[in-house]
Design a binder for this molecule. Structure first.
Ligand code: NZQ
Ligand code: ZN
Length: 385
């Protein structure tokens, strides 16, 4: 197990009705920037409840709306401008990962004397941020309890993750009922995303039994509850288990002590940067192709454990068992969860950008569990096509 330092300062209020804790924001100042996406929070009523609570707490509310899935730097810049002009004290994000990530970089941009894109390209430039609060409405990214934010500039086909300790939310409200209205597509994509976070950690662990067994438990939780949430969108316990498992997949509890370099995520971020696809769908498509590419004599024991402990499979032939584990994952993503099974099915019509995307992803992937070259990545894209 590698050395690590862990500090997660987020206060989590989990469960039905916990939105009432928005009153605590009054301890942090008077002016709040409420950030949200394309309107789902108005349709399901969370917007009205939040406005009432904020007003009752004596807060003055400013708004940044229309945050896009795969949030754009242009929207971040609008938020920073409001914060600077109005001397905003804190940010409240209500939505999924895109809204919360946008809010994080707005919070840092408000304290930065320069263009917010600098902070996306280089997290070490983030020295301070306004306090960030959120009401999570989609279980997927884990941004509600992590230090990261992912922002795109699609005019340049760029999508990059950044991070800093001060981007970890001060308080997150996790009410599973607020995810009842999430569509089947986003429920499936969110489940794939949290599984990918867990698997990126799982396959980069060495001698970290504690993290490994927790990761297996998280994966089993997701595999059990994802399909229930698809069938019964308002099943509270399924939504609650998905929500809490998704939070733990990336808050450090299973990732700290492991090799930090992920590789399926950098490959997917290129797909989103060039084709604006849904993050979780891209991950689901790439992960089995990546697994088949890296399965070797050396990695075989990891895949045997994955098949046995995550999928409950067994076979005397270890290679057959490893392949069966990967096949089980494919079946889960593409049949049980109904996720599109290849890149063509998400609208990527040809291979013309594979070279440039692989070139860009090859830098972070060079330090992965199994280091990947540009050529490896092109092969994985082709296998997923
Ligand atoms: O915009 P609205 O109208 O709110 O609709 C959203 C959006 O269309 C909708 N939605 C959210 N909650 C809903 C709902 N619809 C009905 N009912 C609700 N309760 O779902 C759509 C997708 O939302 P989005 O926020 O984009 O999804 P997600 O949470 O999956 O976030 C994806 C983004 O997070 C990044 C991804 O790359 C992508 O940009 N990630 C962030 C990470 C992090 N900060 O740690 C790590 C991840 O690996 C990931 O890269
Ligand atoms: Zn992800």
């Amino acid at each position: 197990m590698y050395n690590f330092t862990m500090q997660i300062p987020t206060k989590v209020h989990f469960g039905k009705g916990t939105i009432s804790h928005l009153s605590e924001l009054a301890e942090y100042g008077k002016k709040v920037l409420l950030v949200y996406g394309g309107g789902s929070i108005k349709k399901n009523g969370i917007y009205d409840v939040a406005q009432e609570l904020l007003k009752a707490a004596g807060l003055k509310v400013y708004e940044l709306s229309g945050v896009e899935p795969n949030p754009r730097i242009q929207t971040v810049r609008q938020g920073v401008e409001i914060c600077k002009k109005e001397s905003i004290d804190m940010i409240l994000a209500i939505g999924g990962g895109s809204t919360i990530d946008c809010s994080k970089v707005v919070a840092a941009g408000a304290k930065y004397d320069g263009d917010a894109w600098d902070l996306v390209l280089d997290g070490s430039k983030i020295k301070a941020a306004l306090p960030i609060f959120d009401v999570l409405t989609l279980s997927a990214t884990g941004t509600e309890m992590d230090a990261f934010a992912v922002i795109s500039d699609l005019t340049k086909n760029e999508k990059w993750g950044t991070g800093a300790q001060c981007l970890i939310p001060t308080m997150s409200i996790l009410d599973p009922e607020y995810t009842f209205s999430v569509s089947k597509k986003q429920t499936a994509a969110g489940t794939a995303d949290m599984m990918s976070h867990t698997m990126e950690n799982y396959f980069s662990m060495e001698n970290a039994d504690c993290q490994k067994f927790m990761a297996e438990g998280l994966l089993r939780t997701m595999i059990k509850n994802g399909p229930i949430a698809l069938r019964e969108p308002d099943n509270y316990d399924a939504r609650a288990n998905l929500m809490w498992a998704g939070t733990h997949a990336i808050n450090g509890i299973v990732g700290d002590g492991c090799s930090p370099a992920w590789c399926v995520h950098p490959m997917e971020h290129e797909l989103s940067a060039f084709y604006d696809i849904t993050h979780g769908e891209g991950l689901a498509i790439l992960t089995p192709a990546w697994m088949e590419h890296v399965l070797s004599e050396k990695t075989l024991p990891h895949f045997v454990d994955f098949a046995k402990n995550v999928w409950g499979l067994d076979d005397d032939d270890e290679w057959a068992l490893a392949h069966a584990g990967i096949d089980a994952l494919k079946k889960f993503f593409f049949e049980t969860m109904g996720i599109p099974a290849n890149l063509r099915a998400v609208g990527i019509e040809d291979e013309k950008n594979f070279d440039i995307m692989a070139e860009k992803a090859s830098k972070p992937c060079a330090n992965a569990y199994v280091p990947l070259t540009k050529e490896d990545i092109i092969e994985i894209f082709k296998a997923a096509f």
